[in-house]
Design a protein around this ligand. Structure first.
Ligand code: PMP
Length: 360
């Protein structure tokens, strides 16, 4: 068996030790004689697995006690609707920052339920930089302000959190959660699809401050009501049980590898190495403003796009997989989430240098 360095944007690489543990426990979970996949979500054994994962997330991310942690279906995309359905309260207007493809989708969905004020858009720069906050039109009376700290496709990231004043802040952290410590108390709601830094696809984490859970809009389906999901510990219906268990294993892996501080140092080093290799070369280019370059998703273009196919073929042959960029951006994209070992980035940099030499 040979495992590759998988640079996929998601579903993405998982820590090898997590996969091994899941394999070891697959047929007989801790003497129960069955797989976690075969357990009732109401069983004592499964509830212990679910609660442990939730408690570990609270610990690893330092989530304060006045926040609920939910494990839901529907991906981050379901949250694009659930947030306006549940968090408008008596208000009708919301603020959204438009920083790329994913915030664009969140805006599109929110427009079904409320007035969306696009308080800032990076469209003028083709999403390569973020305009100065003095030009934003934040509404101090908005129900909330929604932003996407890391745009997975464009590779544009807020490296520091903007100051949103007293308006509750909602963040789509799908491709950045757990990459470094954050101050959860600055957010009213954080959500993330799991399939990048948390585990496999099929499960989404929502961290919501208790006062931000409002009366849902009347037509909100039961499954989509935060209030009811909170009351039922995310078991309003059958949750994605195996995915939830795997998220628990990933959290244990983060803890045993030094927690988020160690993760941050490693991620910073990995990103710096790759950007350095890109910036020092004549063949590769990343167009994102260096002040807003993502640590997790690094798009880069080759000076001659006719070389793309050869680059990808040679990379694949070396076990450097899934480097093809998103169709809207073209070129390459290396997603280097928590589980990407530093050696994976080193191998990519070595290959990029030798490929460039060959073309010179
Ligand atoms: N937001 C961001 C930032 C994403 O990267 C993605 C998926 N790549 C989504 C939302 C959508 O997630 P899902 O497919 O889980 O609905």
């Amino acid at each position: 068996m040979k495992r590759v360095y998988n640079f996929s944007p998601g579903p993405a690489i998982l820590p090898e030790s997590v996969l091994q543990q899941a394999q070891k426990e697959l047929l007989d979970f801790q003497g129960t004689g069955m797989s976690v996949m075969e357990m009732s979500h109401r069983s004592e054994c499964y509830i212990a697995i679910a609660e442990k994962a939730r408690d570990n997330l609270r610990k690893v991310l330092s989530v304060p006690d006045n926040y609920h942690i939910l494990f839901l279906h529907g991906g981050a995309t379901a949250q694009f609707s659930m947030i306006p359905l549940n968090c408008l309260g008596t208000k009708t207007t919301t603020d959204y920052l438009h920083t790329g493809m994913w915030s664009g989708k969140a805006i599109e969905e929110a427009r079904r339920y409320c007035n969306v004020n696009v308080a800032m858009s990076c469209e003028d720069s083709q999403f390569m930089t973020i305009p100065s906050q003095s030009t934003w039109s934040l509404d101090p009376d908005a129900a909330y302000v929604h932003y996407t700290p890391n745009e997975t496709i464009g590779g544009l990231e807020f490296l520091t959190m903007p100051d949103f004043g007293d308006v509750p802040v909602v963040a789509d952290m799908s491709s950045t959660i757990l990459s470094r410590p954050i101050d959860v108390s600055r957010f009213a709601l954080i959500y993330a699809g799991a399939q990048k830094n948390l585990g496999p696809s099929g499960i989404t984490i929502v961290i919501i401050r208790d006062d931000f859970v409002k009366e849902p809009l009347p037509a909100t389906p039961g499954l989509f009501r935060y209030r009811d999901q909170i009351a039922q510990d995310s078991m309003y219906n059958t949750p994605p049980t195996f995915a939830w268990y795997l998220v628990g294993l990933v959290l244990e892996w983060i803890e045993t590898t030094g927690g988020l501080t160690a993760m941050e140092a490693k991620n910073k080093r990995k990103a710096a190495k790759l950007y350095k290799a890109i910036d020092e070369s004549h063949l590769y280019r990343n167009r994102v403003d260096p002040h807003y370059r993502s640590w997790m998703n690094i798009p880069f273009q080759l000076a001659d796009p006719k070389l793309d196919a050869l680059f990808l073929k040679q990379a694949e042959a070396l076990g450097l997989s899934n480097l093809k960029g998103h169709r809207s951006v073209g070129g390459m994209r290396a997603s280097i989430y928590n589980a990407m070992p530093e050696e994976g980035v080193d191998a990519l940099v070595t290959f990029m240098k030798s490929f460039e030499k060959e073309q010179a």
